[in-house]
Ligand binder design. Structure first.
Ligand SMILES: [Zn+2]
Ligand SMILES: [Zn+2]
Length: 367
């Protein structure tokens, strides 16, 4: 038997589970070395994820060592150190062949959602040759922990908005995904990156690490005005909404844009409205946040602004390249690990993560 964190009726519990077994020739069994907790896990617990199955082991962000492989897995071997993709995908269907793995006909977000995930000692990974990427020798498990989920999501935001050298990028939400977007954006040499959040700690971190050139706090200034003054009144060339905040006082989507509770509701805008307001005409706006509510697209107000909106749940197809960038020292997400907890204390870890206690950004669950 092994320890595993399972989800049942809006509750989580650390319990005993049978070791996972191979079920298909393309499966792998991975001994988890580090895992993390994602806002998506909280979404499951709160009942926002219709596909989630009760009784499932949670968790989809992890690294580990392969201990068993099905006959059909060709490019991996037992003992390989691997980083896992948060998405399960076959690599063969129409969507996979086009790189749209989030919509794989046989996959999607399954691990820790509809099949057992990684917040356990061992995990079964279907289509292992697609879902696992070998970690380069000079990259540690810590270095690689976020590659298959939030780092891929951050990169996806930059890719969606087609960021080019010399452009101004505004990133709404300086949570883990927003910070990853900024780190990836720097690879494309924008002229400036503007980070927007109400969390002072996160903004200061973005500034201190050189991920953002300017930081703006909606609790302290008029964001639209400030962005315009930084862009010769045009607005940002590209915008990423990694916040997904609905309104003040409500915690934002996948990245945790925390709007201040102390501001007047009526005068504040949600992150989606902020995104199109601060965009220049003909801008591309990448919406990578997981919104919990419908958003309003006021077409008459933006007629003639000719905006392009792209929505996205991450197609995490760049894990190999991201690991190479980490190996070459061009990308580093170690700063995101603000807390570590052993698997035995994972309930406390959930508490710390959910409440952002002690400025928690991301947790590494150790084994
Ligand atoms: Zn996630
Ligand atoms: Zn597929």
């Amino acid at each position: 038997m092994m320890k595993a964190l399972i989800w049942n009726k809006s509750k989580i519990e650390l319990t005993e589970r049978e070791y996972p077994a191979l079920q298909d020739s393309r499966d792998a069994i991975v001994k988890v070395k580090l895992s993390s907790i994602c806002t998506s896990d909280l979404h499951i617990i709160k009942g926002f994820v219709p596909n989630a199955k009760e009784g499932t082991v949670l968790g989809h962000e992890f690294v580990g060592e392969i201990v068993e492989l099905g006959d059909g897995v060709k490019n991996l071997k037992v003992g390989d150190r691997v980083s896992a993709n948060c998405e399960t995908f076959c690599g063969e269907c129409y969507f996979c062949r086009h790189g749209f793995i989030n919509n794989c006909e046989k996959g999607g977000w399954k691990l820790g959602c509809s099949i057992d995930g990684c917040q356990a000692e061992y995990v079964r990974v279907p289509f292992a040759d697609c879902g696992l990427t070998k970690i380069p020798d000079n990259v540690t498990y810590e270095n690689a922990l976020f590659v298959g989920d939030i780092l891929s999501s951050g990169y996806f935001g930059v890719e969606l908005c087609e960021l080019k050298a010399g452009e101004t990028l505004a990133v709404i939400g300086a949570g883990p995904v927003g910070l990853c977007s900024m780190a990836c954006a720097k690879l494309f040499s924008p002229s400036k990156i503007i980070a927007i959040d109400t969390d002072k700690f996160r903004l200061d971190l973005a500034k201190r690490l050189g991920l953002a050139d300017y930081t703006l706090n909606p609790a302290e200034c008029d964001i639209e005005k400030e962005v315009k003054s930084l862009t010769q009144t045009r607005g940002a060339d590209k915008v990423i909404d990694a916040g997904g905040g609905k309104c003040i006082g409500l915690d934002g989507g996948t990245t945790g844009l925390a709007f201040s509770k102390s501001i007047d509701y009526a005068t504040q805008t949600g992150s989606f409205e902020m995104a199109w307001r601060i965009a220049r005409p003909n801008a591309i706006i990448a919406l990578v946040a997981m919104y919990e509510e419908d958003q309003i697209l006021p077409l008459p107000k933006m007629y003639g602004k000719n905006l392009i909106f792209k929505t996205g749940g991450v197609d995490a197809v760049h894990c190999r390249e991201l690991l190479n960038l980490i190996s070459e020292g061009k990308l580093n997400t170690d700063f995101l690990i603000t807390h570590k907890f052993p698997l035995e204390d994972i309930l406390e870890a959930y508490n710390t993560f959910e409440n952002k206690s002690d400025n928690c950004l991301k947790i590494a669950v150790t084994y």
